[in-house]
Design a binder for this molecule. Structure first.
Ligand SMILES: Nc1ncnc2c1ncn2[C@@H]1O[C@H](COP(=O)(O)OP(=O)(O)OP(=O)(O)O)[C@@H](O)[C@H]1O
Ligand SMILES: [Mg+2]
Length: 144
């Protein structure tokens, strides 16, 4: 059982992606099957960027055991007013600065949902909590 925690700093476009890069390195070192690695990396990158550009900051945790990988993202607000709307492809409240940095297509949450086996999201004005589970079934095969 492995557990790791990462701070995520709001509005820092230079450090954005640092958490997901470290997770990617870890998965590569463990020789994680490519399909699983791609799913985890895609979701963790989108979730991390969301904390950077949409929240006041937070942290992520990475947990792994023989069966699964669990990624959690916690931030300190301002929260998502309407989760259903936020999940809609193309919906975004990203700013001009976000767009200049290549973010804000409104595709992140829907990509996360597609990539993870389980996605649990709760949010209020004090923060958003996203929990993602990836099962390692058939972990020695590329067919999953
Ligand atoms: N952690 C968060 N805190 C507050 N609002 C969020 C958070 N994550 C997502 N949102 C809201 O949900 C919307 C949709 O998120 P999503 O990731 O799908 O798109 P995006 O971040 O705007 O653009 P993209 O991910 O394509 O760069 C965001 O524009 C924002 O309004
Ligand atoms: Mg996003």
């Amino acid at each position: 059982m492995v557990k790791k925690e990462y701070q995520i700093i709001a509005k820092n476009y230079d450090l954005a992606g640092r958490t997901s890069s470290d997770i990617k390195r870890r998965l590569k070192a463990e020789e994680t099957p490519l399909t699983l690695m791609k799913r985890v990396c895609a979701a963790s990158y989108e979730a991390e960027i969301n904390v950077v550009i949409h929240s006041v900051g937070g942290y992520a945790t990475y947990e792994e055991d023989d069966e699964k990988i669990i990624l959690e993202f916690h931030d300190d607000g301002p929260g998502i007013a309407d989760i259903h709307l936020a999940m809609t492809e193309g919906y975004s409240t990203a700013t001009e600065v976000d767009h200049m940095n290549g973010f804000g297509a409104g595709m992140g949450l829907s990509n996360i949902k597609r990539s993870a086996d389980l996605m649990d999201i709760t949010s209020d004005q004090f923060g958003t909590h996203l929990k993602l589970t990836f099962f390692k079934r058939g972990r020695n095969h590329e067919h999953q």
